[in-house]
Write a protein that binds this ligand. Structure first.
Ligand code: ARG
Length: 583
């Protein structure tokens, strides 16, 4: 559509020049004025001539009718002046032929804006905290982050996906104490991260109990806990390179990672770097030094902070009273390192909206430090996820693990699929693709910033606007083409309204991709997939495709089906969805 709109604008500007004189209106200016009329009986593209009348010093209806006689183009079946409007009616056959030939020529690159060539984007996403549960709160950062990576890759950017693992901090002191006290190597090797989480929960509860008991005994003193003190000591030992603790820490990280990787594998996600928080320990002092030398640090109740009053933000904490570093300190050091390592043109951070202030603060600090790339940092926030009722089994109290959410979806699809697919392995494979896809699609159907209540029944329904429905539509295109044994090609057979609508929907894919990237919003792609599936299913119900008696029409319809198949596949992959050819 965009191409035709551009072409129309350039034809119009030539006509204006010829009729009214040179240099009055550029093709770009006219392009901005063109509209898509809401009522198609008027036309597919329209130029309201009211805004031209000032520049051309003529009444709008006069402008419209003189332009109407001047322009001719075989992509339009009619060009009419109506009041102050100039209306263009597109010829469905010519239009569809051009769209399909574009899709054919570009193949799986169709829709790519190629704006990223020669540029690098670094994406920081997923980033769970080791030995803490990988739960549904991470669904957003994981799938939005990965979709944004795929979208940028599609646009030609070189992308670096970073899993900034939360692999450092006082929680490791606690975990070391808990393990030494209650842990068992075999149990953890067997049970993985769940066992680490259990230990972590156990020690936190024990510390809390001790603190409460201490307050009962001595209400005026600060709460104290021997286990808490011991944990801090173990963490300090770890920080100073104690070999025994380091070895335990490495083991905890690898046990956790092995678990996360199972989920990533299911989602088809891999990372280019797993440099977690621990990696930046020795990179922070230089940044703290720089802050101090620039006079940006202030001491506030013993802590070192950057005052952000002028920007209406609370202070950004750099060092605690005891000199230990904080979350922003680490993020600043990591950004500096990544700039040096990758020389990014954009660094994207995908986290829950709860962290928006944190990012706004340290982005500002980076700017104050004089790093001229501060404006290349982008925070992409998303809303919260809740689950309807407590129907999903969880093993760790009240949080719902990401893995359990996917497993539940897969199990339910399996129950439905097994009647149709007696072959066990095939059934498993389809269930996994459809179950995982259903969760992703449901999640990415909403604007990322909205809070979502997850309803499994809705996500899995085959007849709503769901993942299973769109994957099924894709499988339908595959089976039509397979049965027909050919992909057809566009002919001059006259096409009807439904085919034209389908072609138009296919033609707007590139525009949608552009806005998905510009707004960091994968849901634009999800909604496009729904539009395309709806247009295709209308076509499928109204028109005979492989069974069409007219040879030429059959060929055009098969070509439209093949083009739809291709675009659906590209679009689904961009939002981390699999595209099974059979369901
Ligand atoms: N590990 C953090 C969490 O789970 C997310 C890290 C986000 N990335 C960053 N560079 N701060 O909350």
């Amino acid at each position: 559509m965009l191409k035709l709109k551009k072409k129309t604008a350039s034809l119009l500007s030539e006509a204006v020049e010829k009729l009214f004189g040179e240099g009055l209106l550029s093709s770009d200016e006219i392009f901005e004025m063109l509209e898509y009329p809401p009522d198609r009986s008027m036309g597919d593209i329209a130029l309201p001539c009211f805004r031209l009348s000032k520049a051309l010093r003529k009444a709008p209806p006069v402008i419209a009718s003189s332009l109407a006689t001047e322009i001719s183009c075989d992509e339009f079946s009619e060009i009419n002046a109506m009041g102050g409007y100039l209306n263009f009616k597109i010829s469905p056959t010519a239009f569809a032929a051009r769209v399909v030939s574009d899709i054919d020529a570009s193949g799986d690159k169709y829709g790519s804006p190629m704006t990223g060539e020669g540029k690098t984007v670094v994406l920081d996403y997923s980033s769970p905290n080791v030995a803490k549960p990988f739960h549904i709160g991470h669904l957003g950062t994981t799938v939005i982050g990965h979709s944004l990576k795929l979208l940028h890759e599609f646009a030609g950017y070189k992308c670096v996906g970073i899993n900034y693992l939360g692999d450092w901090g006082t929680q490791f002191g606690k975990l070391i104490v808990a393990y030494k006290r209650w842990g068992n190597k075999e149990v953890i090797e067997e049970g993985g991260v769940d066992e680490l989480v259990k230990l972590y929960v156990k020690i936190n509860n024990a510390i809390k109990e001790e603190e409460e008991a201490s307050l009962l005994k001595n209400p005026d003193a600060k709460a104290s806990s021997a286990l808490g003190d011991e944990s801090r000591k173990e963490f300090t030992k770890l920080e100073h390179g104690d070999e025994e603790n380091l070895e335990l820490w490495r083991w905890f990280v690898s046990v956790s990672l092995a678990e996360y990787e199972k989920t990533y594998k299911m989602l088809g996600i891999s990372f280019d770097s797993y440099k977690g928080e621990s990696f930046y320990t020795d990179k922070m002092p230089a940044q703290v030094e720089k802050l101090r030398n620039m006079g940006l640090l202030e001491i506030d109740d013993g802590a070192s902070i950057v005052n952000l009053d002028k920007w209406n933000m609370p202070v950004c904490l750099i060092l605690k009273r005891d000199g230990s570093t904080l979350y922003p300190t680490r993020d600043i050091a990591a950004a500096v390192y990544r700039k040096g390592e990758y020389n990014f043109d954009k660094a994207i951070y995908v986290t829950s909206a709860a962290q928006s202030l944190h990012f706004a603060q340290w982005f500002k600090v980076v700017e104050l430090m004089g790093y001229d790339w501060y404006d290349k940092l982008v925070h992409v926030p998303y809303g919260t996820v809740s689950i309807n009722g407590a129907k999903l089994a969880t093993r760790t109290g009240n949080v719902i693990l990401l893995r359990d959410l996917f497993d539940e979806a897969i199990k339910r699809v399996y129950e439905i699929t097994k009647e149709k697919h007696p072959d066990e392995a095939e059934c498993r494979e389809i269930s996994e693709k459809v179950g995982v896809g259903a969760v992703i699609f449901y999640y990415l159907s909403n604007n990322r910033i909205r809070d979502i209540n997850f309803v499994m029944e809705e996500a899995l329904s085959f007849d709503g606007n769901t993942g299973p429905y769109v994957q099924y539509t894709y499988a339908r295109t595959c089976s039509i083409l397979e049965k027909a044994g050919e992909k057809g090609k566009m002919t001059d057979a006259p096409l009807t309204e439904v085919e034209f609508e389908l072609a138009k929907t296919l033609s707007i894919f590139p525009e949608r991709i552009k806005s998905a990237i510009a707004d960091y919003e994968p849901s634009v792609v999800t909604r496009y997939i729904l539009d395309l599936a709806a247009a295709f299913n209308r076509f499928y119900h109204d028109c005979k495709i492989a069974a069409c008696e007219d040879e030429k029409l059959r060929s055009s319809r098969l070509a439209l089906t093949a083009a739809t198949s291709q675009v659906l596949k590209t679009a689904l992959k961009l939002i981390c969805m699999q595209t099974p050819e059979k369901i």
